[in-house]
Design a protein around this ligand. Structure first.
Ligand code: NAD
Length: 406
């Protein structure tokens, strides 16, 4: 398995070879400002005490407070969090929002916890981190397996400890707890705006067939958006299985099926097959929306999609990038394609700081403007540098961070 942080550094090296950067800047940008590891005691329902390991990596704050989600996953470790924090710094610079990059996590399988245990763990993470986060310091958000409810518990805990009840310490909260309209769907929505802005340049038809890996927050809303826009979602997977139907899947019915059975398997009118094989479906657009390292040296040549849009963070390894590039399969990189989430998160932070509440239409209008503008700018830069979209996005982001660090 590739180390995600090594992948990130390898991407950095490839991009910075294209144009000149200050040497001292290049040395600094490969290292996080701060890495925090904490032990979180949680009393389990049966009275036992369990210890969990929690993390926060504050990568770079030259452009604003650190910003990035918190992941609860059994495989999460400091290396993964470090890579995700680095990508967040670049991502915020790609969409030009006044935020730096950070990321957090806990090594835990939250599906094995009761609701009470999950709440105590979430509050425990915030208690351990209350000194290092804050509206002007570091503003976390949801990521894999963390929900608006978890954000609300953490926000509440921060308020109890510090007296700051503005909610601006964390984003992705439920609406009634200071959340923003549109935050739930923002990642997929941002990806969709980027897709629309670049569709012709990616060589894709007006109506596309789409395969999606992962059916959580990002994947589910992506399925819904592409489906509602008239594209045909022909295959979808979650961690256990995949389903396919070349005539198109009824996404609203599938969302209901997933809600009631907690799986996409055995959905009526579709064929169930092995989860990982969703990557190899013949389609116009493949959307990885699960975890890192899914497309690697060993399977990249089996991809049949005409283009890939990364809603997940780091789903393609640098070696796979080369194989896809040689095959002529364009990749819209994570730091552009999934930046809608952090953009609307920043809108939420801004609303909390100002005590405002914006309507959904205003949120999406601003999001659309930002995503379209930066997507076109990066595609133009890729053309100018005669390179792929990932390297171009890195160059644009690094130039902006370098400027701020000066
Ligand atoms: P989530 O927990 O809501 O969903 C993850 C989904 O992936 C689940 O359906 C799970 O079953 C599935 N999954 C896990 N392993 C899989 C596998 N091997 N094959 C197929 N499916 C698998 O998480 P999410 O918030 O949707 O995040 C998904 C990805 O998108 C992550 O890489 C995350 O960092 C990225 N992302 C999310 C946001 C956001 O706002 N939620 C923003 C930017 C990036």
């Amino acid at each position: 398995m590739n180390n995600p942080f090594e992948n990130a550094l390898s991407q950095l090296k490839r991009a910075t070879a294209l144009t000149s950067f200050d040497e001292k800047f290049l040395k600094r940008i490969g290292h996080p400002n701060r890495q925090i590891r904490v032990s979180i005691p949680v009393e389990m329902d049966d009275g036992r005490l369990n210890m969990f390991e929690g993390y926060r990596v504050q990568f770079n704050n030259a452009r604003g407070p650190y910003k990035g989600g918190i992941r609860f996953h059994q495989d999460t470790d400091i290396e993964e969090v470090k890579a995700l924090a680095f990508w967040m710094a670049l991502k915020c610079a790609v969409v030009n929002i006044p935020m730096g990059g950070g990321k957090g996590g806990v090594t835990v399988n939250p599906k094995e916890l009761s609701k009470g245990e999950l709440e105590r763990l979430s509050r425990g993470w915030m208690r351990a981190m209350a000194d290092v986060v804050g509206p002007q310091k570091d503003v976390p958000a949801p990521d894999v397996n963390t929900t608006p409810q978890i954000m609300q518990w953490m926000s509440d805990e921060f308020g109890k400890i510090t007296g700051d009840t503005s909610g601006a310490v964390i984003t992705g909260k439920p609406l009634e707890a200071g959340g923003s309209e549109g935050r739930g769907t923002a990642t997929a929505q941002g990806g969709f705006y980027v897709f629309e802005a670049l569709r012709k340049r990616l060589g894709l038809p007006e109506t596309c067939t789409v395969a999606i890996q992962g059916f959580g927050n990002a994947g589910q809303f992506a399925a819904k958006l592409w489906h509602e826009a008239g594209h045909k979602v022909v295959a979808v997977s979650d961690s256990q299985s995949a389903i396919r139907n070349s005539a198109g899947i009824d996404i609203l019915a599938l969302i209901e099926h997933k809600r009631s059975t907690r799986s996409v398997a055995d959905f009526a009118g579709a064929e169930t097959f092995t989860s990982d094989d969703v990557l190899y479906e013949p389609c116009d657009l493949l959307i990885p929306a699960a975890l890192e390292n899914q497309i690697h040296e060993g399977n990249a040549d089996r991809i049949q999609a005409k283009a890939i849009l990364e809603l997940a963070n780091g789903p393609i390894t640098p070696e796979a990038d080369d194989i896809l590039h040689a095959k002529g399969t364009p990749v819209v990189p994570d730091i552009l394609a999934n930046a809608g989430g952090v953009t609307v998160s920043t809108f939420e932070w801004e609303q909390n700081l100002k005590g405002e509440h914006w309507g959904e239409e205003a949120v999406f209008e601003r999001l659309k403007q930002i995503m379209e503008r930066e997507a076109v700018l990066i595609a133009d830069r890729a053309k100018e540098l005669n390179t792929d979209l990932r390297r171009a996005a890195f160059v644009v982001a690094l130039e902006r961070i370098q400027e701020a660090m000066k």
